[in-house]
Design a binder for this molecule. Sequence first.
Ligand code: PLP
Length: 268
Amino acid sequence: TFEYSHAFEYPRVLSIAGSDSGGGAGIQADLKTFAALGCYGMTAITALTAQNTLGVRAIHGVPPQMLRDQIDAVIEDIGTHAVKIGMLHAPETVLTVAEAIDRHALQKVVLDPVMVATSGAVLIDNPAVQILVRELFPRALVVTPNLDEASLLVGRPLCSEADMEAAARELLAMGAHAVLLKGGHLPGDLVCDLLLTKNGAAHWMRAPRIDTANTHGTGCTLSSAIAAHLALGATLLESVEAARTYVRAALVAGSTVRTGAGSGPLNH
Ligand code: PLP
């Protein structure tokens, strides 16, 4: 028998998010991302969705105590270097996650404020939105809304880069330490994302739009790739840039793959 003289540890990442039975978004996307980026992934499931590439058929929320138990079980034994938070369907889910962040002093928290699926399915209760802002924005290192989510949060349509910057500043004022506002839903040949931190200048990142209908799970994958790179020791800006590169590669790789009849998943 062979014994290692010292144990090797992977950087570890915990995803607190919903399950997508179709395998394209949610914790299924998160685990693929963590593994591809050399991290050990764990999950605390907030809700089950019955879902495929055409849409969400049903949502079943996990009771708060069971969510708490999942987080406590993995943190007390395995521990984590970063956390990704995705779908939180109800106010009590949000509160349970906020308490767990404090109880375990969780660091490097990436908050994807998931609200509405590409298919139009509502993934969060209305009353949970305000509680999400109040309880989780201040506890996150970065919040990663897309244009629609940011628009819902600031209460007006966002139609230009100037609108995006104004909205990102408002999201900072709501308590976020940094905002990655994803501009992929703005029309145009270039996709522009904006990273705005409390004491930093606006950092715009632009790239040519990738022509594909297979975009299901893009947001989940981006936020978990950011968390993975943070766990690996990168700075926030490095993590965001590396995560964008990862998602773009998965979009390109998935563009010629047929998975289901609807908006197919990335390939990663
Ligand atoms: N289902 C779950 C469980 C999710 O967490 C998300 C998004 O974060 C979605 C579905 C929506 O994914 P998309 O908008 O890419 O279809």
